[in-house]
Design a protein around this ligand. Structure first.
Ligand SMILES: *Cc1c(COP(=O)(O)O)cnc(C)c1O
Length: 371
């Protein structure tokens, strides 16, 4: 049996009618640019994030870039982020005019390690960009305390973590609620995926929300009046309609991912060669990815691929070792936990529509490899 890493067609079959009728309403109104579905989605996602404002934009990358631009960074200004993340996190820092400073991760959660953040702070540091990697939140309480002490902004990269929660002082806090601003991606493969590119920023800072609304529309709140230079980064109305139709399903889909993760982790318990994902006690994980640490990872990957099982390495090269950042001068060995993760991680199929049979196929193939 073939098991794809992600089966968007399986999801499409379950929501086809709802999404098509939402799309049809947009098409019949011909309001493609900033139609009513955009502010509706902004309100809904802000609510979900316990934030006052949602600002739709063209992608998760722009949802990081626009708030970084709002910091007016100069080239020597530093923004601290994790080396073990998708490229967009660091690319946005550079494209906003700043310098990314890469720090290491916690070995168990793969999330940014607050201790390494604190050690990297200099007089030029302006902001911290924690990434809630694979769907579980970073240690926000420690990061916020560090940021407060040093007067830094916190921009949450929640592109993989919409709806994730963390218990802080006995209270559930959601991704998007704690940072200065938070970036979401609705790339089709994310837990809440559009039928194309889309993104959103949420924040409870009224002034920055207004600024972000300007920046996504060429820097002008009023048409043909430009207070500053922005860009065109609107959230497409058709994509907003897709996302509004899918949003009511998000909690159930993330619940399914959690169930599948529990099934895998039980099935792999005691298997020598793999370490199953660690969920921090304070966290409710949404399992954007189910990521193992695996001995002989590349051989396991080849074995699974040969059996028709989708799997992938997120991420094979930590960002401090990317060619484009060579000028920053990070040598091999500088961020050992990220470098080791890049050698050992392997993500397995975890999409909500996965069947028990498919999971048993995956488990059987992994077990067979280590036998
Ligand atoms: C997907 C993703 C992004 C970028 O989102 P796009 O919508 O693809 O631009 C940024 N950061 C992380 C961690 C992501 O997973």
């Amino acid at each position: 049996m073939n098991v794809p890493l992600l089966d968007l067609v399986a999801q499409y079959r379950t929501i086809k009618d709802e999404v098509w009728s939402a799309l049809q309403r947009v098409v019949e109104s011909q309001q493609f640019i900033m139609g009513p579905a955009v502010p509706q989605l902004e309100t809904a996602v802000a609510q979900l994030s316990h934030a006052r404002h949602g600002v739709g934009c063209a992608s998760g990358t722009d949802a990081l870039l626009l708030p970084l631009k709002a910091l007016n960074l100069k080239p020597a200004d530093e923004v601290i982020t994790s080396s073990f993340t998708f490229f967009a996190t660091a690319g946005a820092i550079h494209n906003a005019g700043g310098t990314p400073v890469f720090v290491d991760i916690e070995a168990d959660t793969f999330n940014i390690d607050p201790e390494t953040v604190e050690a990297a702070i200099t007089p030029r540091t302006r902001a911290i960009v924690p990434v809630h990697l694979f769907g579980q939140m970073a240690n926000m309480e420690r990061l916020l305390a560090i940021a407060r002490r040093h007067g830094l902004k916190v921009i949450e990269d929640a592109c993989q973590a919409i709806g994730a929660r963390r218990s802080i002082d006995g209270e559930w806090r959601v991704a998007g609620e704690l940072g200065w601003v938070t970036a979401y991606s609705f790339f089709p493969s994310k837990n809440l995926g559009a039928w194309g590119d889309a993104g959103m920023i949420v924040t409870s800072d009224d002034a920055v929300a207004e600024r972000l609304r300007r920046l996504r529309l060429h820097g002008g709140a009023k048409q043909y009046h430009h207070e500053e230079i922005g860009t065109n980064s609107r959230l497409d109305t058709l994509q907003a309609a897709v996302l509004l139709a899918k949003l009511p399903h998000l909690a159930a889909w993330s619940g399914k991912r959690r169930e599948h993760a529990a099934y895998y982790s039980k099935a792999f318990a005691g298997l020598r060669g793999v370490t199953t994902p660690v969920v921090e006690r304070a966290n409710e994980h949404i399992f954007h990815q189910y990521t193992l640490r695996a001995e002989r990872r590349d051989e396991l990957l080849a074995h699974l691929k040969a059996k028709g099982i989708g799997c992938a390495v997120y991420y094979p090269i930590p960002l401090h070792r990317q060619e484009c950042f060579a000028a920053l001068g990070y040598k091999e060995g500088r961020l050992p936990v990220s470098e080791r993760a890049a050698r050992e991680v392997l993500s397995l199929p975890i999409f909500p529509e996965l069947t028990r049979e498919q999971m048993d196929t995956v488990v059987g193939a992994v077990r067979e490899f280590y036998r």
